[in-house]
Design a protein around this ligand. Structure first.
Ligand code: PMP
Length: 399
C-alpha cells in the first residue's frame, strides 16, 4: 500500500486535512492514515488527551479507568457489544474474533468474501482485496495450506453462493466474516437484503456472523454499518477510528459469547500493550468528539459533495467512472460499472487510475494510492478543500 508505484511519499507533518512531505510539498489528504483520522491530523482535543495521559506513564500492563471508559463508550455507540476486548490492531481483532467463533461453536471453517480484507491473519489472506489485489497476488507466501483450506470464499453480495457453501458444509462453518460495507475492493455497499440474508443463514446453521467494522465503525454511522443497515452481528471487530490515530483494535459481542474469552472461558487472548492509557485516551477523545450533534450530517455532506463533484468532473472529461459512496467513504472506479463485487471492481482500468493518482499528487491532493481503496473525507475538510479537490481533479483529468 505504501509503495505507491515504487515512489512512496515521505511525510513530515500533518494538520487538519493537510499533509506536508519531506520536500515541503503540501497536500489535501484523503487517506487519513487509512481511516483512523476522522477528525483530521493533530486534532487539539486528541493531542490534549494524549499529552495528559502520557505524562502519567505510557503503559502499566494492567487495567485502567481509561479502558473502562472506552468500553462504556463503545457499548454506547454499538449496543450489540455488551463486552469488549481491546487489542492493538484490526488484524488482532479479526484474528481473535475467528478464534472466538471457533471456541464458541466448536467448528473450524470460516467463510469470507472475495476481495474482503481483514488484516494479515493467515486464515484470512485468501482472496483478500486491497494491497493483495493491486499486486495481483490473491494469496500470500508462507501460509500453512491447512489454514487456507479451512477458509471458504464467496463473491461479495453473492447470497446464493453463501447458501450453497452452507449446504455443502452443513454444521462445519464457525463463522461468516464480512466487511458490512466493503472497503478493500474499493467501496462496495451491500446490496438490498445481503446482510440480512447472512444473518438468517448463519442463525439457521448455528454459525456466528462477524462484522468486520474496522473501517466502517464510527464512519458510515455512529453505530457502524450494523446501525446503518439494521442488522446485528454476533461479533464486531473494530480498529482505525476507535484508536484515534493510535494502535488500537477491539472485538466485542454479547456477554454470552464473550464469556468464552479467558479468564472467564477457555479461549486465550492477551496483549502486553493492549488497552494502554495513551491509546485509550486518544480513542476516548475521538469518540467523545463524534458524539457532538451534527457531526455525521456534516461527514455525509462532505462525502456527497466530493463524490458528486468528482463524478461530474469525470463526466465532463468523458472518462468512464463509477462512484460508490457511503457516509465517510467512497471510491471512484475507472469502469462504467456497476461495481458490486470484486469481479466487477477488477474491471477497472488500473493504468488510468495510476495516471490520475500521480496527476492528483502533482496538483497537491493525496488520494488513496490504489484503485481498490476508499477515499476517507474527514470532519477537517472544509467546503473550500472539497472545491479545491474537484478543481484539481478537472486539471488532472485533462492532463
Ligand atoms: N479489517 C478491515 C476491514 C481493514 O480495512 C483493515 C485494514 N485496512 C484491517 C481489518 C486490518 O487492520 P490493521 O491494519 O489495523 O491490522
Amino acid at each position: 500500500w505504501r509503495s505507491v508505484g515504487g515512489q512512496p511519499l515521505f511525510f513530515a507533518r500533518g494538520s487538519g486535512c493537510r499533509l506536508w512531505d519531506v520536500d515541503g510539498n503540501e497536500f489535501i489528504d484523503y487517506v487519513g492514515s487509512w481511516g483512523p483520522l476522522i477528525l483530521g491530523h493533530a486534532d487539539p482535543r486528541v493531542l490534549d488527551a494524549v499529552n495528559k495521559a502520557v505524562s502519567r506513564g505510557t503503559s502499566y500492563g494492567a487495567p485502567t479507568e481509561y479502558e473502562v471508559r472506552m468500553a462504556a463508550l463503545v457499548h454506547e455507540f454499538m449496543p450489540a457489544i455488551e463486552m469488549v476486548r481491546f487489542v492493538n490492531s484490526g488484524t488482532e481483532a479479526t484474528m481473535s474474533a475467528l478464534r472466538l467463533a471457533r471456541a464458541h461453536t466448536g467448528r473450524h471453517m470460516i467463510l469470507k468474501f472475495d476481495g474482503g480484507y481483514h488484516g494479515h491473519e493467515d486464515a484470512l489472506l485468501v482472496k483478500a482485496g486491497s494491497g493483495a489485489a493491486a499486486h495481483g497476488i490473491p494469496d500470500s507466501a508462507g501460509i500453512h495450506p491447512d489454514y487456507a483450506a479451512s477458509t471458504l470464499v464467496a463473491p461479495y453480495n453473492g447470497l446464493e453462493a453463501v447458501e450453497a457453501l452452507f449446504r455443502a458444509n452443513k454444521g462445519k462453518i464457525a463463522a461468516v466474516i464480512v466487511e458490512p460495507v466493503a472497503g478493500n475492493m474499493g467501496v462496495v455497499p451491500p446490496g438490498a437484503g445481503f446482510l440480512q440474508g447472512l444473518r438468517d443463514i448463519t442463525r439457521r446453521d448455528g454459525a456466528l456472523l462477524i462484522f468486520d467494522e474496522v473501517m466502517t465503525g464510527f464512519r458510515v454511522h455512529p453505530g457502524g454499518a450494523q446501525a446503518l443497515y439494521g442488522v446485528s452481528p454476533d461479533v464486531t471487530c473494530l480498529g482505525k477510528i476507535v484508536g484515534g490515530g493510535f494502535p488500537v483494535g477491539a472485538y466485542g459481542a454479547s456477554r454470552e459469547i464473550m464469556q468464552n474469552v479467558a479468564p472467564l472461558g477457555a479461549m486465550y487472548q492477551a496483549g502486553t500493550l493492549s488497552g494502554n492509557p495513551v491509546a485509550m485516551a486518544a480513542g476516548i477523545a475521538t469518540l467523545e468528539a463524534l458524539k457532538r450533534p451534527g457531526v455525521y450530517e456534516r461527514l455525509a455532506q462532505v462525502t456527497e459533495r466530493l463524490a458528486d463533484g468528482l463524478a461530474e468532473a469525470f463526466r465532463e472529461a468523458e472518462v468512464p467512472a463509477t462512484v460508490n459512496r457511503v457516509c465517510g467513504m467512497f471510491t471512484v472506479f475507472f469502469t462504467r460499472g456497476p461495481v458490486t463485487d470484486m469481479e466487477s471492481a477488477g474491471k477497472s482500468d488500473r493504468q488510468s487510475f495510476a495516471k490520475f493518482f500521480h496527476a492528483m499528487v502533482e496538483e497537491g491532493v493525496y488520494p488513496p494510492p490504489s484503485q481498490f481503496e476508499a477515499w476517507f473525507p474527514s470532519l477537517a475538510h472544509a467546503d473550500a478543500d472539497i472545491e479545491a479537490t474537484v478543481s484539481a481533479a478537472r486539471r488532472a483529468l485533462k492532463k
